[in-house]
Design a protein around this ligand. Structure first.
Ligand code: ZN
Length: 442
């Protein structure tokens, strides 16, 4: 028999520590792969995820129209370098895959330094770091390097070699669904198109995979859909092929930037007051962690597509540091030192708490609504939920009984009482087992 959702409420600090270490190990494995929005690096990443969960891998041909967009050509890269006047490699893709601008067309050229410089990208403010650059929709080529490296280049003739292919092929994405009691779905979506960058978004890939692994063993109220897609074009493609499915998405989160030591940031769905927005804020409020909440804006990751007006899905984004707000973002400094098992575990815990709250947020009816129920007679006074704080449990019990008239969900009650959802949920289970409440189907 599948485990109940409540079993995860019993995970302890040591369990979370181990989960954090597992996620970090997955990041270490995926880090060296040169991913892009299409190509073999992306496929290799999907196959690694398949070792943990049985995702299905979809391949959509280049040239396919998806709403206002078209699936681009597939890009694959074998090698790329620049040789200096002395014949020595001065930029080498084999040393770091950020050295190549993504979607660079194949090139074999000789040119003077001044001409080469039009194709070089660096970060003067962070002279040791290599930037991450792409040119998906305009044919171009380029190399990224540290400012220090750039400054060391001498005048003379340079040889540029990019051994890449940009041809008709496919856009790849991975999808996994867990059937729950209901066909209504919770969406967890992460972009998998970035090369050697850890927080953005190997952290999201690791957390989403681990979450799927844990949830697949549980008996769930909602069905869960996990998407491992290239950013933007991937969610556009998925939505264009799944309009019917999209209408069943009741709650969703875009999972990205969950491995750094910054505070939590929640970006609300376009609706702003969807259940997911309230749940995440409530969980963060009672997490004991610092956090920041902001309204939806049409800039960011795949929530831009899920929350486009034609879909307007209740999908928010829960991250640690907000994208673009930290200097390491989209540079070689978003590396294995920038993320930690500890931070990943902390994020995982909050995500799990969000899911636990979504699963448990139901409506109940008090079956003895005339005057207060006599708890002592039923052994519920000073005995409810032994492990948790007693007075809090009693207060939670009174709140649940008083507001369970079918008009308040458990989250409404938790918010009014300002008591952690977990406590409200636990006393509700107790009251149900004593026949004092009945679930109201809505
Ligand atoms: Zn990014």
């Amino acid at each position: 028999m599948a485990l109940q959702m409540n079993s995860i409420a019993r995970l302890n600090a040591e369990d979370f520590h181990k989960i954090g270490e597992d996620m970090y190990r997955m990041i270490v494995e995926l880090y060296p792969i040169c991913r892009s929005i299409t190509g073999n690096g992306f496929r290799q990443t999907m196959r690694r995820i398949q070792e943990s969960i049985p995702i299905s891998i979809q391949e959509i041909p280049s040239g396919t129209d998806v709403f206002d967009w078209t699936i681009p050509k597939e890009w694959n890269i074998q090698d790329a370098y620049v040789k200096g006047p002395s014949g020595k490699k001065v930029i080498d893709f084999q040393q770091h895959n950020l050295h190549i601008m993504q979607y660079s067309v194949p090139v074999r050229l000789k040119m003077p330094l001044q001409e080469l410089k039009h194709h070089l990208y660096s970060l003067p403010d962070h002279p040791e770091w290599i930037p991450y650059r792409t040119s998906y929709y305009k044919e171009n080529w380029g190399f990224c390097l540290s400012q220090k490296q750039l400054d060391s280049l001498e005048e003379g003739e340079y040889e540029v070699v990019i051994d890449a292919s940009l041809e008709d092929g496919h856009l790849t994405y991975g999808e996994y669904r867990i059937q729950g009691e209901s066909d209504e779905e919770v969406l967890l979506s992460c972009h998998c198109c970035h090369p050697s960058l850890c927080n953005d978004n190997l952290s999201g890939i690791a957390l989403t995979s681990r979450l799927a692994e844990i949830l697949r063993g549980l008996s769930l109220r909602y069905s869960y859909r996990f998407l491992f897609i290239p950013g933007a074009i991937g969610s556009i493609t998925w939505l264009s092929k799944n309009e019917e499915v999209a209408s069943r998405i009741k709650h969703g989160l875009v999972v990205t930037g969950v491995g750094d030591l910054g505070i939590f940031h929640y970006k609300k769905s376009r609706r702003g007051d969807a259940e997911i927005d309230r749940v995440v804020q409530y969980v963060l409020k009672h997490s004991g962690k610092s956090y920041h909440v902001r309204d939806f804006s049409p800039y960011g990751y795949d929530e831009r597509q899920y929350c486009s007006p034609g879909f307007n899905l209740p999908v928010g984004s829960l991250t640690k540091s907000q994208h673009g707000s930290y200097p390491q973002y989209h540079t070689s400094a978003d590396n294995l030192e920038f993320v930690s098992a500890e931070a990943l575990a902390e994020s995982f815990r909050v995500y799990l708490e969000v899911i636990h709250t979504l699963e448990g947020n139901r409506y109940y009816i008090n079956l003895n609504p005339k005057c207060e129920v006599r708890l002592g007679k039923r052994g519920l006074y000073r005995t409810v939920g032994g492990e948790l704080d007693q007075p809090l449990n009693e207060l939670a019990t009174l709140w649940v009984l008083n507001l369970s008239d079918g008009g308040y969900s458990l989250l409404d009650i938790a918010e009014k009482a300002n008591i952690p959802f977990r406590v409200i949920h636990e006393v509700t289970e107790k009251l149900l087992s004593h026949g004092l409440l009945m679930e109201q189907n809505r």
